[in-house]
Design a protein around this ligand. Sequence first.
Ligand code: NAP
Ligand code: MG
Length: 404
Amino acid sequence: MDKIKMTTPLVEMDGDEMTRVIWQMIKDDLISPYVELNTEYYDLSVTSRDNTNDQVTVDAANAIKKYHVGVKCATITANPQRKEEYNLKQLLPSPNGTIRGILDGTIFRAPIVMDKIKPVMKNWKKPITVARHSYADIFNGTEYHVEEPGTAELTFRNKEGKELFHATVCEYEGPGVLQSIYNKDKSITNFARTCFRYALDTKQDLWFSTKDTICKIYDGTFRAIFQKVYEEEFKEEFEKAGLTYFYTLMDDAVARTVRAEGGYVWALKNYDGDVMSDMVSSGFGSLAMMTSVLVTPDGNYEYEAAHGTVPRHYYRYLKGEKTSTNPVATIFAWTGALKKRGELDGCQALQDFAGKLEKACIDTIDQGIVTKDLVPMLEGVEPKAVNTDEFFLEIKTRLNQMMV
Ligand code: NAP
Ligand code: MG
């Protein structure tokens, strides 16, 4: 059989630790036998980022702007302990944060839902997709540890240097902490548009929640922009499709989500989205079953797994032990990217291949063959826990049968 050809490259961003091991296995065992992989490769491992002073991350983000589709492996965000562990020169910012900053997109995180996997929340029947605004707020905030008595002030000056706003934030009698955050109407508008578009594309209602009772100006601006974009650009299409846009206070949205049936897109500010997506993914069963895609309003897509580099498994792997690490979200990052590449290039064969690889994963799990993390989640089938190598072999066998 001829391998499927790719006319345009995919931006491939390699990463760290256990997910880097899995990354190579996905390419070698599941994709390369069937597809002539055409990628532009960027090594985003923590040492490569350190060696290039993070230039490689910036280059990768710019490549996504050029080719419109990327797939990213989980990466380490260095902290002092990691700096020592990997002998790094510096503490670079989170590569995801850097890429999001350059692309100014929205992250949609959706669980991979299967027949035999039952969510912890028994009432969750359909996926809940969390849309996280991935620009600024605390992720680009400025922080300071105050060491002595003094005054913190907030000032805004326009281009001509005229002071338009001034406030005393705090009079410190002694040590304390100080932080400032910002956002921009343009980014919030893009966020709103991307969310409404995604909800329409996937035929789901859109929820949006903030804490605008407390942050009347900050969160109030988010709320107002969403309402304006809805009324001016999407109301008609939403009504035609029988879909709803629903704004509610953050606290209320959290309470409703716990009791909901699912089947909606929940738009959230950057920090809320970071935290709530972890709640939603654990509620659906496993962080290893959560996919994530960064979408920009000008049509760029970056796919990844929502989990990290799984270091605890990696340390065992380095000692030569077999681990039972779940590769499904990373595989679905690849299939999501291949599908989108195929869609943009008009290559049906690539889209079909990606669909078959997903089905091979789903069939394996629905037949009870799972990595350890999924054992407690299975219902209606006798679980058989396997290690990572065995799990890959099971998927490969099923994929092979579909590809003949
Ligand atoms: P993590 O790598 O997601 O792992 C946390 C725990 O979740 C694991 O120890 C494991 O539990 C379980 N788990 C996660 N993914 C799994 C999988 N595929 N299969 C089986 N079990 C899985 O999170 P972390 O330990 O907090 O962070 C590790 C590193 O990843 C950090 O350096 C962080 O900076 C980075 N990180 C990167 C991203 C990203 O690139 N998108 C996201 C988050 C974190 P058990 O040990 O109990 O089996
Ligand atoms: Mg998080």
